[in-house]
Ligand binder design. Structure first.
Ligand SMILES: [Zn+2]
Length: 348
């Protein structure tokens, strides 16, 4: 914009642009449904102009609801669990409301804004739908079909606490672990929280009782400590404990682990060549539910890829399937105690 506008003028202009854009305010409720109930909710929604935004962009959806203050919710249609609420708020006295659309992970949201159907009861709702793509900001290599799933995934609606084995941790490796998890979080919508170091050795059963545990354990080890790392195996990752979930055929991860060989010759950091960063992305990929995809070496989840330090198109598509866009995943009724515990084999 060439000319600087005063703040109120700029706001008015922004409102006018939104109203004039392709996403004109949608009307729902009494008028559209042809109802005569004077208490029926009228909901107007102004969707963002952009169909696609970069990750982290500030995007809001706003509008008005009749009979305010009223509760208004923003929902997304998850792949496995149907409509799920992302945000909720109470409109102001005049019925105005504004909700931030989450843009922290790569996905194409199918969104819906909803308000109770009438002032007097909450059955049904007035609602309008929209879409928003959150894009990675680079052109991922390979094909979006190049992934496999293990059938296990975390509950993306809970924070995953992770620890890093303190012993044998290479110099400079902790920031690499954090960066790798940040990249996985951006691709999945999973949230990871660092809880400090642990004395626990990944993939070893004979642990002392006093080790500090976490949902996800990442650490370096010798081949003697973790025999799976023998030979040319540089890392092993996966699910150490899972249970059946409420989604048929979908297994809920309760514990995951990653072990990396202290003697692997991967270079420090991320970037060109074979790096610890790439190794971490691959093994964490297993620990969040991805299998291998041998045929497309542009993917981090190809068995023996080289020179890759960010996820390919297939990796990203698979990671979306195990993340927040798939929907929350919960234990069966009765919880862990009544559910069989599953211990799948680790993947290298
Ligand atoms: Zn692997």
């Amino acid at each position: 914009m060439a000319r600087r506008l005063g703040r109120p003028a700029a706001l008015l202009l922004a409102a006018a642009l939104l109203a004039a854009g392709g996403s004109a305010p949608a009307q729902a409720g009494a008028e559209r449904a042809g109802r005569t109930d004077p208490s029926a909710t009228e909901l107007t929604v102004v969707w963002p102009d952009d169909a696609a935004v970069p990750r982290g962009a500030r995007v809001t959806v706003s509008g008005t609801v009749s009979g305010g203050p009223r509760e208004v919710v923003l929902q997304h249609r998850s792949r496995q669990r149907g409509w799920e609420t992302l945000r909720a708020l109470t409109s102001d006295q005049d019925g105005a409301w504004s909700l931030a659309v989450p843009t922290t992970w790569f996905t194409t949201h199918t969104l819906r804004v909803r308000a109770p159907e009438t002032v007097s009861h909450d059955e049904g709702a007035a609602a309008t739908n929209g879409r928003l793509a959150v894009e990675p900001g680079y052109d991922p290599l390979g094909l979006a079909a190049s992934f496999t799933l293990s059938g296990y995934r975390w509950n993306p609606c809970q924070v995953i606490a992770y620890r890093v084995r303190g012993r044998r941790l290479p110099s400079g490796a902790l920031p690499e672990v954090k960066r790798a998890l940040r990249l996985v979080a951006q691709a999945t919508g999973l949230r990871f929280r660092y809880r400090g170091t642990s004395r626990q050795v990944p993939w070893r059963d004979d642990e002392a009782a006093d080790v500090r545990r976490a949902d996800l354990l990442i650490g370096w080890a010798t081949e003697r400590e973790v025999p799976t790392l023998r030979g040319n195996v540089a890392g092993v990752g996966g699910v150490t404990r899972g249970v059946w979930s409420q989604v048929p055929g979908q297994l809920l991860i309760t514990d995951g682990m990653v072990a990396l060989d202290v003697d692997a010759r991967a270079a420090a950091g991320f970037g060109a060549g074979w790096t610890r960063g790439e190794l971490l992305l691959h093994e964490i990929g297993h620990a969040v539910g991805l299998g291998h995809f041998f045929a497309d070496t542009a993917q981090i989840m190809a068995y023996a890829t080289r020179d890759r330090d960010r996820f390919g198109a297939g990796d990203l598509a698979g990671l979306r399937m195990v993340g927040r866009s798939a929907g929350c995943l919960t234990e069966p009724d009765g919880g862990l105690a009544r559910s069989a515990v599953l211990r799948p084999a680790p993947q290298v």
